[in-house]
Ligand binder design. Sequence first.
Ligand code: UDP
Ligand code: MG
Length: 331
Amino acid sequence: MSEPVFSVIAPIYNELENLPLLYARVKEVMDSTGEPWELILVDDGSSDGSTDVMRSLSAEDERVRPVIFARNFGHQIAVTAGMDYSRGQAVTIIDADLQDPPEVILDLIAKWREGYQIVYAVRSEREGESWFKLTTASLFYKLIFKITDVKIPLNTGDFRLIDRKALDVINNMRERNRFLRGMGAWVGFKQIGVEYKRHARHAGQSHYPLKNMIRLALNAITGFSTYPLKLLTNGGVFLVGLSLVLLLIYLLLAIFNNFDLTYVLATWLTLIFLAGVLLIGMGILGEYIGRTYDEAKGRPLYIVAEGPKEPFDPTRLDNKINLEGTKNDEN
Ligand code: UDP
Ligand code: MG
């Protein structure tokens, strides 16, 4: 089998009834490109027999490559494994429930051929989803867009095509709490959106309960924003300011209006002031924790899209330190 030009990745968690149709539609679409392709099915701990279907699909067609997890690790991790194992030059991530029509992959590929490195699919319409899901999802995207440092395009999911160059960078980001959409936006490169209509699930039901949506939202916020930290510090500054203004007002009233500054009032003022100071202190602590977290994520400092032929050699930095070390010893 020749090296695939295209990889399609589908995370699978109990999608027994969707798998055969997913395979059939992906096969038809990908065959029409005329290029070699692979379909990576990541089994995220299915218990409904999906695993056996994946095995038999790959026995029939060697382009189907199952990656079978030992247990459920969650959607974002399943997609990550798919990206790790993919070999194509252009890699598409798609949901297994056929909410994302495989035919749209051809539109994504067309943009990739024009030279874009990340082509994300934008949901212009969504059908068959509950009022609750639509409202929470829309609120979530707006909040993320407002408070994160990278601008994650609105109304996009993980359905997207990523070029090998950008994918290698994302694959090297091994942070454990993953929000792939944010990571995709963070790496940069030439990006563009393609609109599509998101369909209802073909069969089965959503495996994204509220609990998982909240976890994903937290990963998005903590991974790409320091806004909550700023809230602490700003709240603290506000309270300290408030207590000082109130103190001033009471003093003026006491001097000019013979107002009695009681112990109760004085205690309240002190409380507000102290709460403010504590919040500022927590904000400062948080700032250091935030920075430690940033270092722990170990993201690349920069990403080069085009550069000199000879790659940067980090050992040169080590040599310099050693040389200086020996020099000092001689003195
Ligand atoms: N999925 C997964 N692991 C999970 C939950 C979901 O791999 O723990 C897969 C699922 O099989 C599907 C995709 O992720 O292919 C999207 O999940 P789902 O359709 O349940 O989410 P929704 O579309 O409702 O947001
Ligand atoms: Mg779905």
